[in-house]
Design a binder for this molecule. Structure first.
Ligand code: EPZ
Length: 417
């Protein structure tokens, strides 16, 4: 198993290009199942999850090839309606195959995704929505078998929680449904808006994407598209925090500052000097980090995917702060690993109280999930001495060329087999 070894203490300086957004590229790749036409997706990050999805699309029958940061889908003919366990268990986002296959074939069998380290991550909101649109659902031999006699029927669907995945799945299912669907309490993340932009390019009729009410008027057919994936706001935030933690100065290019408004505001409150010019954003350390409380919420609130990285930053702040996680029920697995590096943290229910320390010290640590891994890398970059990070396959799922990008910024970081 590969490991990442970091000798901390180097100030990071220089420029880093932000990759395309993983959480936008994934639903867009599944959207290619909605048409038999060719599709071309650019600015796709080179990640394990992208490879998993490309393999998945080929298994379903959409001939898909990735070359560098470009994915081309060829004309497809017959689509297979079964999504097997060995593909679904690798990546929870595989549940996004349900919407398109229901829309195209009127049936889909998806292996139950199983839990993951940050929580049970049920899909009840997705399934309730499909039932409201006329589908029947059966659980059999570990598979969710969804079936709709004829086309799905558009209707009003109110979400009990503004779920990102459920909003994407209903968008993917409703664009070819009969009549109009309104998603009420829809997720507003930029990745939702990017998916809606693609569906509109394909001929879908969608209004309100990016607001809490999205209206979709079903059409009979969708055609191919070409699209540039939006920049990854979570990767961007990770490098912005790295600049502050290492007392350096990093210029991010190909970033969309509009997707990071609250994070920028909080980093400035914590003492960062941030300059924005079009699609570049420069973060410069100027004085000791101030303790700033955050509470994760659905967009446009503070992103849960930046919670772990923020905790690493606050571990070195001058004073006490509190982080509250309201989106996932078990997203504090990085706490005990950060404590091994000397962070002074205490879990109290959905909150972690942080008492800033002057310095962290290197140690062997283990990654539990993608963003926890990012927090450990950030801490290792500042910790005195050697930090050895194992189970870094989690990182490879969501961060393109992570150690190359950090090495280019001056970090003493390498991957060992
Ligand atoms: C997406 O996951 C992202 N993944 C996650 O990023 C991100 O953390 C999450 O949105 C929240 O922003 C992708 O886009 C591929 P949700 P998703 O449905 O769609 C509960 C990363 O690091 N819920 O908004 O699964 C659920 O249990 C990953 O890139 C239900 O109860 O998120 C969770 O507590 C991690 N029932 C909360 O809602 C449902 O039917 C948020 O889930 C669906 C969700």
């Amino acid at each position: 198993m590969d490991k990442i070894v970091i000798y901390g203490g180097k100030k990071l300086n220089g420029e880093v290009k932000i990759s395309g957004a993983k959480n936008s590229a994934l639903p867009i790749l599944f959207a290619t199942l909605l048409t038999d036409d060719k599709c071309k997706i650019k600015n796709v990050p080179i990640l394990a999850d992208i490879k998993t999805t490309v393999d998945f699309l080929n298994f379903i029958g959409k001939k898909t090839v990735r070359k560098g940061n470009i994915v081309n889908c060829d004309k497809s003919s017959k689509l297979n309606h079964i999504a097997p366990y060995d593909l679904v268990r690798k990546m929870r986002a595989s549940v996004l195959v349900m919407g398109p296959l229901l829309a195209r074939l009127g049936k889909v069998d998806v292996s139950l995704p199983g839990g993951c380290s940050i929580g049970a991550r049920p899909i009840d909101i997705h399934l309730d929505a499909f039932k409201k649109m006329g589908a029947t659902i059966e659980l059999k031999e570990g598979y969710i078998k969804i079936f709709s006699k004829g086309r799905l029927t558009g209707t009003d669907i109110e979400f009990r929680f503004a779920s990102v995945g459920a909003t994407e799945n209903v968008l993917l299912a409703s664009v070819l449904a009969k009549g109009t669907t309104r998603i009420i309490n829809a997720a507003k993340e930029p990745e939702i808006q990017d998916l809606a932009d693609v569906l509109v390019k394909m001929g879908a009729k969608i209004s309100g994407a990016g607001t809490r009410i999205i209206t979709i008027e079903g059409v009979d057919k969708l055609h191919g598209f070409e699209h540039d994936v939006i920049p990854d706001r979570i990767e961007a935030a990770t490098y912005m925090i790295a600049a502050l933690m290492t007392k350096g100065e990093i210029k991010l290019t190909k970033v969309n500052p509009k997707h990071l408004e609250l994070v920028i505001e909080k980093l400035i409150e914590a003492g960062a000097d941030i300059k924005i010019k079009d699609d570049t954003l420069t973060v410069k350390w100027k004085k000791e980090i101030k303790p700033i409380n955050i509470k994760t919420e659905v967009y446009p609130g503070f992103p849960t995917d930046i919670q772990a990285q923020w905790m690493a930053l606050m571990a070195l702040a001058k004073g006490n702060s509190i982080i509250e996680e309201t989106v996932f029920e078990n997203r504090f697995l990085h706490v005990c690993e950060l404590q091994r590096l000397g962070a002074n943290l205490k879990i109290e229910g959905r909150q972690v109280s942080i008492h800033g320390v002057k310095e962290l010290s290197g140690a062997p640590v283990m990654v539990s999930d993608l963003r926890a891994g990012a927090a450990l890398v950030l801490a290792g970059l500042c910790a005195k001495g050697k930090t050895e990070i194992s189970r870094i396959y989690h990182l490879d799922r969501g961060y393109e060329a992570l150690e190359k990008k950090f090495r280019k910024l001056g970090a003493n970081i390498k991957r060992i087999k």
